[in-house]
Design a protein around this ligand. Structure first.
Ligand code: LHQ
Length: 261
């Protein structure tokens, strides 16, 4: 498929998706939503063992394209319908994808753009990048999973503060607060993320998918349910060839050669 608003590159078992509307700071149009959805489901990309999500130009993503609706003629815009059709399925898809998706936040991430990043398993951000819960600035509510992830990542006070002020925080603060995994020098960001993704793509991919399931489920589970889930997932992991290979490699004192199965 030829994409107009994203770029998809697959190399070394890593699928890199670049949001590519740089003149709009990679704001989400319907077309970009549809192309991103197609890229996530792409058959070749699905064979990769890690995905990187980043933005072209100076921004990661400025959220919804605010020029896409004509509010002068729309009396009661149904923004819920847009979330139902595009943003919610995107967050669910990122969550459920068995491979790890790593966000490389190369610049400003605002509105839904700030919240799709923590929808990925790990977030690396350039030192000059920033995160803005911009919704309040236009009379809206954080979406794309922000009201779920933010309090869990950074605590209720900080989440509340960011959401009701729309204040910008820089990548260093985001890392200190636990909102992102790592803040990286601008020039080093893509090299570091690619190297990390290539490494992760050599690891037991199936286990990573199971770990995603376990840790995300833990955010809503009590201990008993979580212990049951760990038992179930470990059962699945124990049937994988990577488990056998990992143990064999350990006993033979050699590096493991994981296939992701
Ligand atoms: C944009 C955008 C943008 C269009 C920059 N759209 N063009 C879900 C459901 C339904 C509806 C609504 O929303 C949602 C979820 C959401 O995401 S709501 C939140 C939407 N996003 C925002 O409110 C952020 C809007 N953007 C900004 O506040 C600023 O652009 C930031 C702080 C991101 C960057 O500021 P600057 O670095 O000063 O850049 P800029 O404002 O000059 O933008 C550069 C260009 O990008 C500019 O176009 P132009 O033709 O003048 O060069 C902007 O109009 C365009 N752009 N964001 N979201």
């Amino acid at each position: 498929m030829a994409y107009q608003t994203i770029l998809l590159d697959i190399a070394d078992n890593v699928a890199t998706v670049t949001l590519n509307r740089p003149d709009k700071l990679n704001a989400f149009s319907v077309e970009m939503h549809e192309e991103l959805r197609a890229a996530i489901k792409d058959k070749k990309a699905a064979k990769a063992r890690a995905m990187v999500l980043t933005g072209a130009g100076r921004a990661f993503c400025a959220g919804a394209d605010l020029g896409a609706r004509d509010l002068a003629t729309e009396e009661k815009p149904d923004l819920g319908a847009l979330l139902e059709k595009y943003y919610n399925p995107l967050i669910r898809a990122l969550r459920r994808l068995p491979m790890p998706v790593i966000a490389a936040v190369n610049g400003v991430a605002a509105g839904a753009g700030a919240n799709i990043a923590p929808g990925c398993v790990l977030v690396f951000a350039a030192r000059s990048a920033s995160f803005i819960q911009a919704f309040i600035r236009i009379g809206l509510v954080p979406d794309a999973g922000g009201t779920y992830m933010l309090p869990r990542l950074i605590g209720l006070q900080r989440a509340m503060g960011l959401a009701i002020t729309g204040d910008k925080i820089d990548a260093k603060t985001a890392a200190q607060w636990g909102m992102i995994w790592k803040c990286v020098d601008d020039d080093a960001l893509m090299d570091e993320v690619k190297e990390f993704a290539r490494h992760i793509a050599t690891q037991p991919t199936r286990s990573i998918g199971l770990i995603k399931r376990a840790l995300y489920a833990s955010l809503g589970n009590d201990l008993d349910s979580q212990l049951d889930l760990e038992r179930n997932l470990q059962r699945v992991a124990g049937h994988g060839t990577d488990y056998r290979e990992g143990v064999r490699a350990f006993l033979e004192k050699r590096p493991a050669n994981f296939t992701g199965a």
